[in-house]
Design a binder for this molecule. Sequence first.
Ligand code: FE2
Ligand code: FE2
Length: 204
Amino acid sequence: MLIARDKKLFKSILKEEHVQEHLRVLKKHHKETYYHSLRIGLLGIKIGYKNSLPKRQIKLLGYAGLFHDLGKLNVHKKILSKSFPLNDDEKKMIKQHPRWAFLKLIAFKEGDVKKIIIQNHEYGKDPYPRKGKDRRETKREFEERRKKDLEIDKLVQIIAIIDMYDALAHKRSYKEPLDKKKISEILKKEFKGDKIYIDQILNL
Ligand SMILES: [Fe+2]
Ligand SMILES: [Fe+2]
């Protein structure tokens, strides 16, 4: 059940003018992505509270959830709504969306939100922009970078698990919603982050 502090913080973020502006454009471009982004923002805040994170980090989760797919504004709505598999060029284009979101938010004062967004597809089955293979090849470098940024990494994992969960739990142009049991199976197989977040999202 939604508790008041989640709603209150979410509403206060939604009132910010720049947030409204981004969301207005996104809603016009692709409604499904818009509603998905609202859900990710709210769930981000909920999981943030559940983990007793500092308020600043919870706010970052709210922003990152709302903005994580802003880069899809650069992808034609016909591609976003396709009900059959994407071709290679289309896949390549979709994979640009974290970078494009980063660029759209270049002037945004909360720089950490951009860091979360650029990495939020690195914990799935087919990670990008950094692929699993690249990660293994530069493991030491990767670990050093990660150590420096453990706080951000935690937030990235939270947005990643919520994003994966939401895509599985809701109808998309290419698939029907799945039940909890199936979602749990897929997340356990495909989510590369801390497994604790799988239980948290399934038991919200
Ligand atoms: Fe995305
Ligand atoms: Fe998403």
